[in-house]
Design a protein around this ligand. Sequence first.
Ligand code: NAP
Length: 236
Amino acid sequence: MSASAAPILITGASQRIGLYCAERLLDDGHALIVTYRSERDGIDRLRQRGALALQADFADEAGILAFIEQLKGHTDSLRAIVHNASDWLVETPGEEAAAFQRLFSVHMLAPYLINLHCQPLLERSSPADIVHISDDVARKGSANRSAYCASKAGLDSLTLSFAARFAPQIKVNGIAPALIMFNPDDDAEYRAKTLNKSALGIEPGPQVIYQSLRYLLDNPYVTGTTLTVNGGRHLK
Ligand SMILES: NC(=O)c1ccc[n+]([C@@H]2O[C@H](COP(=O)([O-])OP(=O)(O)OC[C@H]3O[C@@H](n4cnc5c(N)ncnc54)[C@H](OP(=O)(O)O)[C@@H]3O)[C@@H](O)[C@H]2O)c1
């Protein structure tokens, strides 16, 4: 497949969905810049295949701005930005405000500032895309993870606003997954309960997110849309 010379930036690519998408983008011939917070084996694999890996922590404004500065030192164009980095933070009693601020920073402030500062870089590529990875839970709310859920709902709203603001040069879309991959420490009871929430009842794996990302990158007539990838959770 022929691909733009401008690199695709994908955040939080050291493991799981981000790492899988990064590897598939390399397979498809894209130049790649990835961010990571913790040094993991996956980042080394990406480096060995030619990806540029930049360390970044999006927990506060200073970390986000430092990353943008660092990024601009390496490239003056981008084919796409995939905002995948995410914190699955527990909202511990007594520490709710700190958790809310961190989730807001990772899920909303980082995409917001990176999109604003990188608009000129994206405009040097045609086509150009931004993809926000949010979460299907934003559709109905969450009793246990209300700050996580609110910050992902805010990200869905940013998809609409940036799609209007950046048209027609840059398409801006979202992907809202429900269960894609369990965490290794999820127990049997949690797994059974979670699988039962969707009509299709499977753990699909990260390829369904790559299929959605590929569709958004390749389709010239879709912007301001969030793709639901939830196995039919809304049907139950
Ligand atoms: N997995 C699912 O079933 C599922 C379901 C619904 C939605 N999603 C969404 O899909 C995306 C990928 O999911 P995943 O399960 O692969 O996520 P994950 O395993 O939790 O990985 C997310 C990455 O984000 C990075 N990150 C976390 N906090 C950060 C911070 N403060 N600054 C910079 N990077 C930070 C982490 O970096 P380090 O590892 O380097 O520390 C991590 O590698 C996320 O947006 C998630 O919300 C996933």
